[in-house]
Design a protein around this ligand. Sequence first.
Ligand SMILES: [Zn+2]
Ligand SMILES: [Zn+2]
Length: 143
Amino acid sequence: MEEISGFELPGRKAEYLKIIGIMGGCARTNEIARRVGVAPSTATKTLLALADEGYLEHTPYRGVSLTTQGERYARFLLRRHRLLSLALSQFGLTPAEACREANMLEGRVSKDLVDRICASLGHPVQSVCGPIEHDLACCPDTG
Ligand SMILES: [Zn+2]
Ligand SMILES: [Zn+2]
């Protein structure tokens, strides 16, 4: 599979994938729309575009689920978000502030920078807003 750069998707689409990842990999359109804060018809358009690009599988009346490609990318997005939140929390931000600032900044953060943040923080497994999944390409195998 291709290397992830971190800039494959525009912020809005990445937000959808991240939310579906948080929801466990499959979700109903209405629930996704509610969490993103848009009308279901708007969510449907974006979800269909993500399905076209191979990130999601769309089942009429049931919702969407992540494909293998989508799951890999959603995991990266969650890891990026949580490492960034954790890094920001070290500047004195509360967990809620760090999470919110990370949401605004993460779209500009490359995979390479994510791995460097991870290493500089000692490959953490817990952020201020959720667990951080180890990336075998970055983190030492702790078995
Ligand atoms: Zn967060
Ligand atoms: Zn690491």
